[in-house]
Design a protein around this ligand. Structure first.
Ligand SMILES: NC(=O)c1ccc[n+]([C@@H]2O[C@H](COP(=O)([O-])OP(=O)(O)OC[C@H]3O[C@@H](n4cnc5c(N)ncnc54)[C@H](O)[C@@H]3O)[C@@H](O)[C@H]2O)c1
Length: 434
């Protein structure tokens, strides 16, 4: 049993902390947001994540998991300190490391014996060295510590499963002592024969960005194929299925639509491009991936305008606000971009999402009309845009929709419905790459 401190109790910190406690470790999750911690103690999860409440409550009740805003005590009592705070995007596209550096200062001030300081946030290559310098500078007395990079690959919506049964764990270390301690942290995964990739810190940092850049490239690739399919009369769904059956390609991340969003891919793609520019290595494929993605919202508008030339004064229903199903995360969600654009064009927006209503209300206030369910959102609309493939949007009552809508335009950004069927029911139906 190891004593672990997790600084940052967000999507990654809370899931990782709860799962590491479930492995049998004693974990204290730290955050500056006291309300968030108080809520968790009462069983109110700060994020929507299937299975999270159960694992948190179970480990909290067993005394293996606790929550604190006192970083000094938490660091003092732990051998391994993880940093899992946000690394958002600066206006110039580079990675904002201010939270990471602040944590390094706060942690250093409370290190009084040997500790392993693990970076779990996604940070550009070389950050660990800078963090090490900050820690050295803020130590109250001369003690040894080891730096480790342990990037996280979990996906929102299946985060618990991803953490408990990862495809691999990447650990960048510089000392045998830290390597042994990290092996102990992930010991239960050895039993599942999970590949644990030990590497240098710089390589570990880059693996995370390379991984996200590759995934994003697959998405932009299939989106370009979707445009081509439309022009030449082919079906991108079948293209994706057939090429995905080739194990060298794989079927994942080949869904054509409005492009990627979320709290990771956009900012990470932007950050790796920034790194490339800094060291004068042009990342042409990643740049193209980014450019294609940026243009997707325009493709959506082309489709919408094919149905409604002038959006001013029109009512548009938007179903799905989070960047993907099974999460309430709206950071960089294509739906947010869409709504901003619709509002700029003086359309009225009625919207619904099964989990992201609260976050959307906080972000957009009363500029959009948030409705209690999908059918309420659709009522009186001139067009319906399906942005996320939540299960409940896959089986909508199409006749009811038809009678509720004022117009007939449906833009299905996830290719959920069948073109022929939608046409037969009298919709002016648009999807991607079909
Ligand atoms: N969200 C994901 O799916 C995901 C997946 C893999 C990697 N990552 C990476 O993990 C990192 C964290 O992302 P996230 O989505 O969990 O962020 P988040 O915004 O959900 O959580 C960050 C938490 O850190 C807290 N915090 C900020 N400053 C602090 C401080 N000084 N001391 C203590 N707590 C502090 C915030 O209050 C917040 O609760 C990012 O680098 C991200 O790129 C995220």
């Amino acid at each position: 049993m190891l004593k672990i401190c997790m600084v940052g109790t967000g999507y990654v910190g809370l899931v990782s902390g709860a799962c590491l406690a479930d492995f049998g470790n004693k974990v204290v999750c730290v955050d500056i947001d006291k309300e968030r911690l108080e809520g968790i103690r009462r069983g109110v999860m700060p994020i929507y994540e299937p299975g999270l409440k159960d694992i948190v409550e179970r480990n909290y009740a067993a005394g293996r998991l606790s929550f604190s805003s006192d970083i000094g005590e938490a660091v003092g009592n732990s051998l391994v300190i993880f940093s899992a705070v946000g690394t958002p995007m600066h206006a110039d596209g580079s990675c904002d490391l201010s939270f990471v550096y602040k944590v390094a200062e706060d942690v250093a001030a409370h290190i009084d014996e040997y500790k392993v300081f693990v970076q779990k946030s996604t940070v550009p290559v070389g950050t660990s060295e800078k963090v090490g310098e900050i820690v050295e500078k803020h130590l109250k007395k001369k003690v040894e510590f080891d730096r480790v990079s342990n990037p996280e690959f979990l996906r929102e919506g299946s985060a618990i499963e991803d953490f408990m049964r990862p495809n691999r764990v990447v650990i960048g270390v510089e000392s045998d002592r830290a390597r042994e301690i990290m092996a102990e942290v992930y010991r239960p995964l050895y039993l599942l024969e999970t590949p644990i990739v030990f590497t240098t810190i710089r390589t570990a940092e880059l693996i995370k960005y390379a991984s996200n850049a590759f995934l994003a490239t697959k998405i932009s690739f299939i989106n370009e194929m979707a445009d081509l399919c439309e022009r030449v009369g082919a079906d991108v769904g079948e293209v994706a299925k057939a090429i995905g059956l080739d194990r060298r390609i794989g079927s994942k991340f080949l869904h054509a639509g409005v492009g990627y969003g979320g709290s990771c891919l956009p900012k990470d793609i932007s950050a790796i491009l920034h790194t490339g520019r800094n060291v004068e290595v042009p990342l042409r494929i990643v740049q193209a991936t980014h450019d294609v993605n940026e243009s997707r919202i325009e493709r959506l508008f082309e489709k919408l305008r094919a149905g409604i030339t002038d959006l001013s004064g029109k009512t548009i229903a938007v179903l799905g606000l989070s960047f993907k199903p099974n999460t309430d995360d709206i950071r960089e969600a294509p739906a947010m971009r869409l709504i901003e654009r619709l509002l700029e064009e003086h359309a009225t927006v009625r919207a619904y999402d099964p989990a992201a209503m609260e976050n959307t209300r906080a972000a957009l206030g009363d500029r959009v009309l948030l409705c209690d369910d999908a059918y309420r959102a659709i009522e009186g609309s001139d067009a319906l845009i399906i942005m996320t493939e939540w299960n409940e949007f896959r089986v909508l009552d199409l006749d009811r929709i038809k009678s509720l809508m004022e117009g007939t335009v449906v833009v299905d950004c996830r290719n959920i419905y069948k073109t022929e069927e939608m046409k037969q029911r009298g919709f002016e139906y648009y999807s991607f790459g079909r």
